[in-house]
Ligand binder design. Structure first.
Ligand SMILES: *Cc1c(COP(=O)(O)O)cnc(C)c1O
Length: 283
């Protein structure tokens, strides 16, 4: 995970523009990234926080080319919320980046080999996931932020067991339980698991060799200030960590409320619009 300071982000962006011959979209992305990092800096200062949260850039709706541009600007964590789109994009990005060479041109530098983006570009799946898509997601994603029900955990256990048997090296899928922070919580099953369901889901994930329990995720409820909701998430996280100290990820904060995420102690921010621009309304 790369946690650039704004200055580093700008420097690497400048170096990149030099190398790419001023691709205007790369310039725009670099500027947006620098602005988001500056907001994170400021929020950390205000919260007197010294541990920098990781930035996951949410690239849903945007093309593989943009993910490749972001990669060249130093981004190593991207988020997607639809399996079909994400699976195709991950394959395309791998192809695009396989043409990038590491090292200086016109040198006999032995490191001048195609980049292995697969090794260091991390795909975070952040959308509601149908159980029949578990197999697909496990192939390209290394984090799943949206575990919200036992039937999904069972599907994940099944496919991860098969994958592990077929391929010894498969790393465990890092799972975050998505928590519905709405109070009172409607029973529409859309915003995640209820706080009362966390411990059973956590136990099931923790007992599966192909999965690892990494923490909690939430979206701030509509029509409520984000700060108190994110603080409730922190309390739930502290409770979870009493039993599972390794489950330390707290994924909270988007374009509109990343400051509240930083202030609450989130370890991961998921920012789309403020880096990539407005999404089209229809997919
Ligand atoms: C789209 C999305 C984001 C990013 O939202 P922005 O407002 O574009 O920053 C974060 N989290 C989830 C779950 C999303 O679906």
């Amino acid at each position: 995970m790369v946690n650039h300071s704004p200055r580093q982000a700008l420097q690497s962006a400048a170096a990149e523009l030099f190398r790419t011959g001023e691709d205007p979209r790369s310039r725009e992305l670099a500027e947006n990234l620098a602005a988001v990092h500056a907001r994170i800096d400021r929020a950390m200062e205000l919260a007197q926080r010294s541990d920098r949260p990781s930035l996951i850039v949410v690239t849903k709706f945007f093309p593989a080319q943009d993910v490749a541009r972001l990669y060249r600007l130093g981004v190593r964590d991207v988020g997607e919320n639809r399996d079909q789109e994400a699976a195709a994009k991950a394959a395309e990005v791998r192809e695009l980046l396989s043409h990038d060479l590491v090292g200086e041109p016109d040198s006999d530098d032995p490191s001048r080999e195609p980049r292995d983006a697969e090794q260091d570009l991390h795909w975070h799946f952040i959308g509601q996931l149908q159980s029949n898509k578990a197999r697909s997601v496990i192939d390209y994603a290394d984090h799943l932020h949206s575990v919200d029900r036992m039937s999904l955990v069972k599907a994940l256990i099944k496919v991860s067991t098969q994958e592990t048997a077929a391929e010894e090296t498969q790393a465990p899928l890092r799972c975050l339980i998505q928590v519905d922070l709405r109070e009172p919580m409607p029973e529409d099953g859309r915003g995640g698991a209820s706080p009362a369901q966390i411990s059973a889901l956590a136990a099931a994930i923790d007992s599966a060799p192909g999965l690892s329990l990494s923490g909690l995720m939430a979206v701030a409820p509509l029509g409520e200030p984000a700060a108190p909701a994110f603080n409730r998430l922190q309390l739930l996280s502290a409770e979870l960590r009493e039993t599972y100290p390794q489950a330390s990820m707290v994924s909270a904060g988007m374009s509109g409320d990343l400051e509240e995420g930083v202030a609450s102690g989130a370890t991961h921010l998921r920012v789309g619009r403020d880096v990539l621009g407005e999404r089209p309304l229809q997919r």
